[in-house]
Write a protein that binds this ligand. Structure first.
Ligand code: SF4
Ligand code: SF4
Length: 116
């Protein structure tokens, strides 16, 4: 399960530098798979689709900081607990019920982003 930032976010920015996957972005800022990962060029998403990791993707929120679910590993492989939730002063980094993954899937995601 990825972590999601709720509308309670006060845009303090404390979480962003703590993310080992660079999955957290400022409001209205475009994101890229290649930001903070080892991914370069075209990747196969495994379902027949491909994606250019260096291509900018539309921001997921224009109002508050946001987390890219495809880049969030709940910090698995790096830390014992989600670092964004640990530092957030208003506890608005919470489990995202729409993006549920097993620990093994999260570890595979981490390796996919950092060991290629
Ligand atoms: Fe980043 Fe970890 Fe927060 Fe996911 S849980 S957004 S990997 S700091
Ligand atoms: Fe928002 Fe919490 Fe991150 Fe601050 S630490 S930007 S309040 S999610």
């Amino acid at each position: 399960m990825a972590i999601i930032i709720t509308e309670e976010c006060i845009n303090c920015g404390a979480c962003e530098p703590e993310c080992p996957n660079n999955a957290i972005y400022d409001p209205a800022t475009a994101w890229r798979f290649s930001d903070g990962t080892e991914l370069i060029g075209i990747i196969d998403l495994g379902d027949g689709d491909t994606l250019n990791t260096e291509e900018t993707q539309a921001a997921l929120s224009d109002e508050v900081y946001y987390i890219v679910p495809d880049k969030c590993t709940e910090c698995v492989g790096f830390h014992d607990e989600p670092q964004c939730a640990a530092v957030c002063p208003v506890d608005c980094c919470v489990d995202d019920p729409d993006h549920r993954e097993t620990k093994e899937e999260l570890l595979n995601k981490k390796e996919f982003m950092h060991l290629v």
